[in-house]
Ligand binder design. Sequence first.
Ligand code: NI
Length: 210
Amino acid sequence: MSPKTDSSADVGWPWRSVALALILALAVAGLALTPPGSRVLAWIGETLSPRPAVGGPFSLVDHTGQRRTERDFAGRPMLLFFGFTHCPDVCPTTLASVGRWLASIGPEADRMATLFVTVDPDRDTPRVLAEYMQAFDPRIIGLSGTKDEVALMLKTFRAFARKTETGDFEHTAAVYLIGGDGRLLSLIEATQSDDIAISALQKALASDGG
Ligand code: NI
């Protein structure tokens, strides 16, 4: 006898599982509509999926030629963004914006580790970065490294960079705001209004205790 043809008990099962799935989906949807429900769902999501890992260990060379790792900045809030010195508009605009935010906060912003990571290590050697960084707030640290080190850095921060036919790069332009505990607080667009960006930075500095 064929084991799959004589089981009358099995006839209903696809329908039962479809019905069950539907009931579950409705229950989840209903739960999601209530505020406690959405908190429960968020908790379930966080518990089931690994924490969205943005950031982590890195090793690069700064624009003074010193090797820098995440340990050098441990416990400090961090502003981090990617770019390249040949970038015609977005990068210099971002660097200028970040400089304005730091200047507006004043000496308190000294505790912020502010890192500009090149996506173009072939051209952006530490020496080239040193020259370039002179145009911006001196608290911004330029970082370069080998191709592999930069690729790993991009991966660690889930950032994107792609060389175009002209030899320039498309790249993630957002500024990562990271708390002193290493957790990503927000991604700030360079086009964000100064007020909003500055208050996000101040919050990160304040919550860090000083
Ligand atoms: Ni750019």
